[in-house]
Design a protein around this ligand. Structure first.
Ligand code: ATP
Ligand code: MG
Length: 245
């Protein structure tokens, strides 16, 4: 809120307009609008099959899609995931996508491949990840696939941070994790967004996401059916209507 009591409008870093996507004849995303600005963590909530993962894949350009994705006031090409990532739009996918047979350090370094042999920059980025996830620093030589689910998720977020993202998209980072480590990871995402990085968090655990988010989009059958101010949600029963609609 501003001093005048009006809602502050944060200019979007990521501005998704009328995004649609289909798998064959099935339209899985039916014209989605979403924004995330500096310092904002926005949540995308919704039941299984709502289209949450499809939305993130379409933003990245990983699947055929139509509509517009504006990033820092320019349109992103609609089928160029590597180009989007190089510009700073970075996805931590469902299932984490880390390389199990490689060490933690190798996984992290892969995230920063674009900087080439700049050792000082590599060091700076690694130290930033260690600050976010001190546990990762203790396990650098461990084969990533032998880590616990929570630790692997930390490596996945860490690897994304190694690329110095300008907006971070996460697909259910808490999936299958115990509450304590989930809390640790979500708190870190909250801290990242508070430091300025726009974060789009897809999450099934609505109460956890609503604690962190400045705004939540409820997705159902490929459409945003409500945009929620978490401070105005009185009870989680209120959300249930969208899950069972
Ligand atoms: N590769 C695919 N081929 C065909 N249909 C797909 C494919 N991937 C997803 N779908 C369909 O698109 C719809 C949206 O799926 P999506 O995975 O985006 O949902 P979600 O909200 O991420 O669900 P969950 O919470 O289970 O991860 C579903 O009806 C799903 O069956
Ligand atoms: Mg999904």
């Amino acid at each position: 809120m501003t001093a005048a009591g009006t809602l502050e409008v944060v200019p979007p870093v990521l501005d998704v307009r009328g995004l649609t996507a289909r798998y064959g004849h099935v339209e899985a995303l039916k014209g989605v609008d979403l924004t995330a600005g500096r310092g904002e963590l926005v949540a995308v909530l919704g039941p299984n099959g709502a289209g949450k993962s499809t939305l993130l894949r379409a933003i990245m350009g990983l699947i055929p899609n139509q509509g517009e994705v504006r990033f820092l006031d320019k349109s992103l090409p609609r089928r160029d995931p590597a180009g989007a990532a190089n510009k700073g739009v970075v996805l931590v996918p469902e299932g984490r996508g880390i390389f199990g047979p490689m060490t933690v350090l190798e996984n992290l370094e892969l995230g920063a491949f674009a900087i080439g042999r700049d050792k000082a920059e590599m060091e700076r980025r690694l130290n930033r990840v260690f600050e976010l996830f001190p546990r990762v620093k203790e396990r650098l030589k461990q084969v990533a696939g032998s880590m616990s689910g929570g630790e692997q998720q930390m490596v996945a977020v860490g690897r994304a941070m190694m690329s110095d993202p300008k907006v971070l998209l996460l697909d259910e980072p808490s999936l299958g994790l115990a509450p304590r480590v989930t809390g640790e990871i979500l708190d870190t995402l909250g801290a990242l967004s508070a430091s300025g990085l726009p974060v789009v968090l897809v999450e099934q655990k609505a109460p956890l996401a609503l604690k962190l988010a400045c705004r939540a989009y409820l997705l159902s059958l490929g459409r945003i059916v409500a945009t929620i101010n978490p401070r105005e949600v009185k009870s989680h029963d209120e959300l249930a209507q969208y899950y069972f609609a």
